[in-house]
Ligand binder design. Structure first.
Ligand SMILES: Cc1cc2nc3c(=O)[nH]c(=O)nc-3n(C[C@H](O)[C@H](O)[C@H](O)COP(=O)(O)OP(=O)(O)OC[C@H]3O[C@@H](n4cnc5c(N)ncnc54)[C@H](O)[C@@H]3O)c2cc1C
Length: 495
């Protein structure tokens, strides 16, 4: 990755070299990457605050600070782009729970994904001895190699030779497999459930290609960088990116929805942190109709139903391990999790939802009044679904934390429509920037060597609809900005 930082040659108020639409993690990272190359950058954001999917607000009661979208950041902590930006100098502090993840079972026990691969293997071996050894064999070749692996994995798959081809090939051999195939390596239900929960972050059925790779990547991230929260909430990460940009002379205008590139100041490049169908609208006749039609047809995956809780105390988990974990996956078997994901993709509400829960206030006292807590939890539902999943979500939590309902002081529920209203990049509640089944996780928004580029050399897509896809890691923005630097501004630093 580039290390140099030339002096900016055009400051605030001067002519604009590049315009970025959208101040999500990818838009902000694109803007900072361009500003670090010495360009004058102006960002336009529709919402009143920066951050997109990385924002925090008092959604329930005063003093309870909830993450509006993302909460847990394995890929943020392990992002090569974020690491290069030294966001800690701009107020970002990572809070690391003792355990990245716990996955409880109805018998009151839980498996844990720990910082140490050994401890994780021991947790799996507790169920079936052999599964601990299988897990060790799966992750061992990559331990201590995150800095080599992450830049090659978190990029467009067709974008030329990787830096560490052998390491990537080894990873790829395991990673292209569907989670359903990888799960066959394990005999015990506990290991298979852990794997399914990790793979579910791909928001694709467990038989989909590369879902095994997503599970492996999230497991490795736990061992290599942890699954931390930004102190104060996800907003702190977005604010640090914005502060970094302003320190480089970049400007951000919030409350400025953009409907057409024609309304923006003339610039040599436009980078759009938007969905492909919005790219077609914003760029208008700058794009050939065939390309625009393809962008308009870009498909969206299931939505989510999310509840933020203000609680009178910690969640009363039966399994003690859950109280030490930042994230809890709730779905006791591979089959139950798989059935929920399959149903969502068929447009049917799952009978029992698979839930991802985060409990940041256990480890960060700034998130709730003393003794009180916040809980962040969501399950997948069909795209655009209009029903209420509150009862099913609470029934599912109660299976593993009896008495949970008595702790609830207030709840803020958001179905697909509210999720979309909070962030226009989540149509129908799709939080993954487009469908992730089939090869769509890898080749998005279309198969291309440079998927960020469009037929107009000045216009780039930089949202999570491009590789490496969803998550707060800024790598889509980073790669899009470097593509623009190469193609429009005569080269990216460090190349
Ligand atoms: C409920 C939920 C839970 C999630 N949990 C996690 C998690 O725990 N960990 C994780 O890593 N990821 C998580 N994610 C996913 C993550 O938030 C996204 O993948 C990430 O934010 C994508 O970044 P982005 O910059 O591409 O887009 P976004 O973050 O969506 O930002 C896009 C920005 O562009 C703005 N914009 C769009 N169109 C226009 C326009 N025409 N004019 C002006 N502005 C515009 C939007 O207002 C928005 O601010 C979650 C998402 C949701 C919704």
């Amino acid at each position: 990755m580039a290390g140099t930082e030339p002096q900016q040659r055009a400051g605030v108020g001067a002519e604009v070299d590049a315009v970025v639409v959208g101040a999500g993690p990818n838009g902000l990272t694109a803007a900072v990457t361009l500003a670090r190359a010495g360009l004058a950058v102006h960002v336009y954001e529709a919402a009143a605050t920066v951050g997109g999917g990385a924002r925090t607000g008092e959604l329930t009661l005063p003093g309870f600070h909830h993450d509006v979208c993302s909460a847990v950041h394995p890929l943020g902590a392990g992002s090569p782009a974020f690491r290069e930006l030294r966001l800690e100098e701009h107020g970002l502090t990572w809070v690391e729970p003792p355990l990245p993840l716990a996955h409880p079972f109805p018998d009151g026990t839980a498996v844990t994904l720990a910082r140490s691969a050994e401890e994780t293997a021991a947790s799996l071996a507790h169920g079936v001895l052999r599964d601990g050894a299988v897990y060790r064999r799966l992750v061992e070749p990559f331990l201590g190699r995150w800095d080599a692996l992450a830049p090659d994995v978190l990029r467009a798959p067709l974008a030329g030779l990787p830096r560490h081809p052998w390491l990537l090939a080894r990873f790829g051999l395991r990673a292209v497999a569907p989670a359903a195939l990888l799960a066959r390596l394990f005999r015990g239900e506990r290991a298979r459930a852990l794997l399914a929960g990790l793979a579910a972050h791909a928001v694709a059925p467990l038989g989909s290609p590369a879902t095994g790779g997503v599970a492996l990547l999230f497991a490795l991230a736990a061992h290599e960088v942890g699954w931390p929260f930004p102190r104060g909430g996800s907003q702190a990460l977005a604010d640090a990116l914005a502060a970094r940009l302003r320190a480089l002379g970049g400007r951000i205008e919030t409350g400025r929805p953009v409907t057409s590139l024609a309304e923006l100041p003339p610039a040599r490049a436009y980078l759009l942190d938007v969905m492909p169908e919005d790219l077609a609208v914003l760029a208008g006749d700058r794009l050939p109709e065939r390309f625009a039609a393809r962008m308009r047809r870009y498909g969206h995956g299931p939505g989510v139903f999310k509840i933020d809780y203000a609680l009178s105390g910690p969640v009363p988990w039966t399994a003690a391990e859950c109280a030490r974990a930042g994230t809890v996956h709730i779905g006791p078997t591979f089959e139950e999790i798989g059935a929920a994901l399959r149903a969502d993709h068929r447009g049917v509400v799952p009978r029992v939802p698979f839930l991802i829960a985060a409990q940041p206030s256990l480890f960060d006292g700034t998130r709730a009044p003393t003794g009180r807590h916040v809980l962040w939890v969501y399950g997948h539902v069909p795209n655009g679904w209009r029903g209420d999943l509150t009862e099913a979500i609470e029934r599912q939590i109660e299976r593993f934390a009896p008495g949970f309902r008595e702790c609830v002081l207030a709840r803020a529920a958001a179905g697909p429509a509210e999720i979309e209203a909070r962030d226009r990049n989540d149509p129908g509640g799709d939080i993954a920037g487009g469908r992730c089944d089939g090869l769509r996780l890898l080749l998005r928004p279309r198969p291309a060597v440079l998927p960020y580029a469009t037929p107009d050399r000045t216009v780039y897509l930089c949202s999570s609809a491009t590789p490496p896809g969803p998550g707060v890691h800024g790598m889509c923005g980073y790669h899009a900005a470097r593509a623009a630097l190469r193609r429009v501004f005569g080269g990216a630093p460090g190349e």
